[in-house]
Design a protein around this ligand. Sequence first.
Ligand code: DHB
Length: 305
Amino acid sequence: MVKPCLQVELAGVKLENPLMNASGILGLTSYSLARLAEAGLGALVTKSVGLKPRPGSPNPTVVEVPGGLVNSMGLPNPGLEAFKSEVEEALSKIGKPLFVSVFGFSPGEYGEAVRKLSRLPVAGFELNVSCPHVGGVGEIGGSPEALREAVKGARASTGKPLFVKLSPNLTSFAEAARVAEEAGADGIVATNTVRSMVIDLEAERPLLAGVYGGLSGAALKPVAIRCVYEAYETVKIPVVGCGGIFTWRDAVEYFMAGASAVQVGTAIAYRGLEVFRDILSGLSAYLEAKGLDDLSRLVGVAHKR
Ligand code: DHB
């Protein structure tokens, strides 16, 4: 049999394979984006950028827990203007579709940020409406009205694909996905991290300087798989899976739940950039062993009754 086809098309963007990095991992500088591009990914996502520069939270910002990491970076970023030149430089090197992740403290800031970035030759945008601990950002994805306004504003600012990254900390993930689709989103990213906390026994206070953080890694996977499954049953736009993907088996689980592509984050910290080539070769071997010629044949199969 010929090698199975791993290419995917996401909202009109062609990816040579379904792997992306999760926003926040190695995506803040042109140097780190170029390193990611060499690791064999189908598309890249930047760390989230906002209108104004932010220094981020003081240390400690990350703590390991059984099953994952809890991080509270505090959305550090150089602000839109400085970031634009970083992205321009990255685009000259990477030769892959690049999505810029943006965050805002009010619905209107999403449209403004996307408009200010709209001249860049990027593939599209990912709206981070779901940071679990920086006050004001997660609240946007948590309110149907604010979510609708943020997505509509971004929609009015660009004709390029808009992905909306939602939180697993919602009463109804499916409902939020539906609101995002109605407001003009081209895809859903499921999911961002789970709002969480670790207590320092000696200090007798929360360990992270930012107090709350986002849980990522293996513990997030069953939660995010459930979100992908619910979104797939609810919306027609593609769903991108994200949360605890370390191996090709994890990725296959996401495709079966309904993901068209997947993002890898925490595994990069544990397994290095080789994780992408490992997952890709495992995926190819799996499809070949199953006699499947195209990855798309796996998408959503868990929904068959
Ligand atoms: C941060 C932002 C996120 O969206 C997230 O899931 C975890 C951490 C941050 O920059 O603090």
